[in-house]
Design a protein around this ligand. Sequence first.
Ligand SMILES: Nc1ncnc2c1ncn2[C@@H]1O[C@H](COP(=O)(O)OP(=O)(O)OP(=O)(O)O)[C@@H](O)[C@H]1O
Ligand SMILES: [Mg+2]
Length: 223
Amino acid sequence: MSNFIEIKNIKKSYDFGKIKALDGVNLDITKGEYISIMGPSGSGKSTLLNMIGGLDKPDQGQIIVGGTNITKKRDLTNYRAQKIGFIFQLHNLLPSQTTLENVIAPMYESKLRSKKRRERASELLNLVGLRKRNTSYPTQLSGGERQRVAIARALANSPEIILADEPTGSLDSKSSDMIMDLLAEIWSEEKRTLIVITHEEVIGKRAERIVTMLDGKVESQKS
Ligand SMILES: Nc1ncnc2c1ncn2[C@@H]1O[C@H](COP(=O)(O)OP(=O)(O)OP(=O)(O)O)[C@@H](O)[C@H]1O
Ligand SMILES: [Mg+2]
């Protein structure tokens, strides 16, 4: 299969070169693949994910997504909004907005009218099992429920790529399983490309391929 995401020798350093966050990463990901990224703290996992998501740029090297070299684009706002759904360890929901409003928030550039946006957000909340919580605020939800809202929000613009940085890092094992089941379901039913960073072996093993990083490099890969 041809590669959907091609990462070619990317490097990123901080502190005038003293910290090599990424030290020549090469990785190819096919469309619809589910991979997990593991490795010790500080090995560069989040830095890599943020670059795939267009939140950060490498000092050297290239990232090509669907044939477009995103390292050459000056403004990645549209790329992020249209292609990427991000899920973080701490959900980053807006506390003063309801769950429904939080899911609508990323649709700011969408062509849908306001009524359709609400319908879509409502459907997404239904999908993550929170149908009755449209008007709840994040503080009124459990950690697992908040993370489900974050997943619904990540899906708002039907992104081709879902990036999750330790999505279960702040959850107990039961909620953690539910979140991973949900992500797997979305991945398998809608054939999105799913990349999950995790420190937990059981979670990592759910993916089709485990990429292990060490000192800013891909140390090994296992299918
Ligand atoms: N903005 C920054 N300024 C300076 N150093 C940074 C910055 N961002 C990341 N780093 C450094 O780059 C290295 C890689 O960081 P990164 O966050 O990618 O690690 P990680 O593998 O995600 O770790 P963890 O498992 O703890 O989340 C670390 O040494 C980190 O301190
Ligand atoms: Mg990290």
